[in-house]
Write a protein that binds this ligand. Sequence first.
Ligand code: NAD
Ligand code: DAU
Length: 336
Amino acid sequence: MPTVLVTGGAGFIGSNFVRHLLATDPQARVVTLDSLTYAGNLANLADLAGNPRHTFVKADITDRAAVRAAVGAGVTDLIHFAAESHVDRSIQDSGPFVRTNVLGTQLLLDAAREFGVKRYVQVSTDEVYGTLGPTGLFTEETPLQPNSPYSASKAAADLLVRAYHHTFGMDVVTTRCSNNYGPYQFPEKLIPLFLTNLMNDEPVPVYGDGMQIRDWIHVLDHCRGVEAAWRKGKAGEVYNFGGRCEMPNLELTKLLLRLLGKPETLIRYVKDRPGHDRRYAIDCSKAERELGWVPQVPFDRGLAETIAWYRANAAWVAGIKNKDYLGYYEKQYGKL
Ligand code: NAD
Ligand code: DAU
């Protein structure tokens, strides 16, 4: 019976993963470890309260003693989601990104090694590959060329994971996924920020010309990918995951406006993100071939369900977008 330590399990993807694993594997025990930063929210796990196979530990992954205590308490497998995850914040202050994403990963690797964890999964991102031109796809062989402090800190963590495999023979697997959307995503990322603004008839900030391209994947497809990599991946290997759903930001913005029945006058073209990556697109054929994984949620269905979720969970949104909250852009540059 596996006891899986899930770091960052109170965040967006981590909470979806914890719920998915407990629902699909009746044998699994899950320990969620999370320090509850601005992005971590126990409300994301509220429906798991009282589940005897789930426990929550409030701890910071940069606290060596806390990490050793958690990992040393019978953990068999470790799946590492916890991170500072928002690119714009990393441009404002890279300190927390280096601390959590690099130092935190090192302390988890050390503890996993010390306590003989069977398999360590590093949840990374396609952003470590940098940016693409109009054609081509990121494969697992694409050189790491991170362009933001966020992606640089994730790439540094990936290299530590690689080194612990090479040097100590640790059983590690790394996943690199494209842009996720779905329920419980913190409304600073494009889709939930725009949805929650538009639901209040508030404007939405499109960076630069809005022609940057992202490859969208439903969070549950990502969660299934992480699970498949954990169960079936080969030690030391990297697996890319993507939704085969490339879209320029402006096209996505107009789609959201249409789906919510809002006018295009709510679009505000604002100063571009410094160093903004132009295009991400993933070749996920290795995961399909070796893990038997395929993305299952079509974008139109996933987006409709996501919109319905944000509508039905106005209290969750209000708990975040309280009186102190401003969209990140507004916080940095003022009222839209
Ligand atoms: P998120 O910001 O929603 O959640 C991050 C979680 O980590 C939060 O619960 C937060 O409290 C926790 N955390 C942060 N610092 C911590 C620390 N020092 N100690 C303990 N807990 C800490 O992020 P997300 O979007 O769910 O991303 C999860 C992981 O997936 C990250 O590693 C990210 O790099 C990766 N990823 C995200 C995407 C995406 O589109 N969101 C795509 C690919 C990969
Ligand atoms: O590709 C995977 C990555 O996807 C993850 O590693 C990151 O954790 C996650 O945050 C996400 O990074 P992005 O920077 O691509 O996501 P974000 O939602 O911040 O932005 C998506 C695109 O939309 C990007 O081109 C910037 C643009 N954008 C974003 C915001 C928040 C806007 O034009 N306006 C906005 O207000």
